[in-house]
Design a protein around this ligand. Structure first.
Ligand code: HAH
Length: 339
C-alpha cells in the first residue's frame, strides 16, 4: 500500500460523488507535499488562505497572485472544481483598505470603490477557474440582539457593504455562484440571524445564490437536530447549500487539554459515529446540497492544531497524518472497517 491510501481504499469523492462534490482546503505547501493524495480523494478545492484580501492585495494596487495561481493551476491540471474564499471578511484584510495615506479613515465612497476594484480584479482574473465565491464571510454577530458584528466595514460603509459586495461580484462574473458563508451556522440564535440577513438581501434584489455552512463542528456539538433545522431553514430561502469548511474537532471549543500527542481510540470512535450520522443526514438533504468541503485534507495539517487552544493538537479529518483512512472514513462511505 502506498502512503497515499492507494490500492484498497476507494476514492472519497467517488464513494460519495453521486450525492455531492467533495472538497478540501489546500495551500501551495499541502499541494506540494500531498498533491497526489489530495487529487485522489477530492474533486473540489478551496484555497485556505491564498485568496483572502491581505494575501491578494497587501498593498494598494500591488496584487500578489503567485500562490493563488499555483492552486488554480493544480486544479486545472487535475480537473478539479474550485471555490473562491473569500472577498469580504473582518480578518486577514489589509489595514490600508480602511485608511487614507495620512492614516485617517477613508470615506464610504472610497472604501466601496476599493472593494469594487478588488472584486473586479480578483473575480475577473479567475472567472474561468472558479465556479463559486464566498463573497461575504462571517458578518453576523454571534451573541446578543445585534444582527451584524462590529467591523470597520460596518463603521465606515454602513450595512449595505454586504449587498454591494454581491453586486460587484455578480458584475465581475455573472456566471459565478455567490455565497454568504458563516460559522456557528447551526446555533439556533445565529441561524435565525443568518436567515434574516440573507432573506433581506434577496428582498433587496442582491445576487445571492447560496448559503455556506462552515460546519466547524466537534464530537459533541451541534446536535443532529440543530444541524437538520439549520439545513431546513436555509433551504427555505430557495438557495443552494454547501458545507464549506467541515471538520469535527475531538474537543469542545474551550477544552484546554494539551497533553495528547496521538488521538485516543475512544475519541476516534466518537468521531467516526458523528461523521457517519452527519453524512446520513446530509444525504437526506442532498437535493439542496451541492458540495461538502473539508477544511483540510488530512490530520497532518489542520488549522485546529493550536487553535483556539495553543499547544492542543487536533485530528478533525477523515485521513490520518500518514494519509491513511480513519475509521470515520469507512463509516462515511458506508463500508465496513477494513481489517
Ligand atoms: C473560518 N473562520 C474562516 O472562514 C477560514 O477562512 C479560516 O481559514 C478558518 C476558519 C472560523 C472561525 C474563526 O476564524 C474564528 C473564530 C471562530 C470561527
Amino acid at each position: 500500500m502506498g502512503n497515499d491510501g492507494t490500492n484498497a481504499t476507494p476514492r472519497l469523492y467517488e464513494a460519495l460523488g453521486s450525492s455531492f462534490d467533495i472538497g478540501a482546503a489546500v495551500s501551495p505547501r499541502t499541494l506540494l507535499q500531498s498533491g497526489e493524495f489530495i487529487a485522489r480523494h477530492y474533486n473540489s478545492l478551496t484555497a485556505e488562505n491564498e485568496m483572502k484580501f491581505v494575501n491578494l492585495q497587501p498593498v494598494e494596487d500591488h496584487y500578489t497572485f503567485e500562490d493563488a495561481d499555483r492552486i488554480v493551476a493544480f486544479a486545472k491540471t487535475h480537473g478539479k472544481k474550485l471555490r473562491g474564499h473569500t472577498l469580504v471578511w473582518h480578518n486577514q484584510t489589509s489595514d490600508w483598505l480602511f485608511k487614507e495615506s495620512d492614516g485617517r479613515p477613508v470615506c464610504r465612497e472610497k472604501l466601496l470603490d476599493r472593494l469594487q476594484s478588488h472584486i473586479k480584479t480578483v473575480v475577473g482574473r479567475y472567472k474561468d477557474a472558479i465556479y463559486a465565491w464566498d463573497v461575504v464571510n462571517e458578518v453576523i454577530a454571534d451573541e446578543g440582539p445585534e444582527l451584524l458584528r462590529p467591523s470597520k466595514w460596518l463603521d465606515i460603509a454602513g450595512p449595505d457593504f454586504i449587498a454591494k459586495a454581491f453586486e460587484f461580484a455578480h458584475a465581475a462574473d455573472p456566471a459565478a455562484q455567490l455565497f454568504y458563508n458563516d460559522y456557528n451556522e447551526s446555533n439556533p440564535h445565529k441561524r435565525d440571524k443568518i436567515y434574516r440577513l440573507v432573506k433581506s438581501l434577496l428582498e433587496q434584489g442582491a445576487p445571492v445564490h447560496g448559503v455556506g455552512l462552515q460546519a466547524h463542528w466537534n464530537v459533541y456539538s451541534p446536535s443532529l437536530d440543530e444541524i437538520r433545522e439549520a439545513i431546513e431553514k436555509y433551504a427555505m430561502l430557495g438557495l443552494r447549500l454547501q458545507l464549506t469548511e467541515l471538520d469535527v474537532s475531538l474537543f469542545r471549543h474551550e477544552d484546554e487539554r494539551t497533553d495528547l500527542t496521538s488521538p485516543p481510540e475512544e475519541l476516534l470512535e466518537l468521531q467516526a459515529k458523528r461523521y457517519e450520522a452527519i453524512f446520513l443526514l446530509l444525504k437526506e438533504y442532498q437535493v439542496h446540497i451541492d458540495a461538502v468541503t473539508f477544511w483540510g485534507a488530512d490530520d497532518n495539517y489542520t488549522w485546529l492544531s493550536n487553535f483556539p487552544v495553543r499547544g492542543r493538537k487536533n485530528w478533525p479529518l477523515l485521513f490520518d497524518e500518514q494519509h491513511q483512512p480513519k475509521e470515520a472514513f469507512w463509516r462515511v462511505i458506508g463500508k465496513p472497517t477494513q481489517l
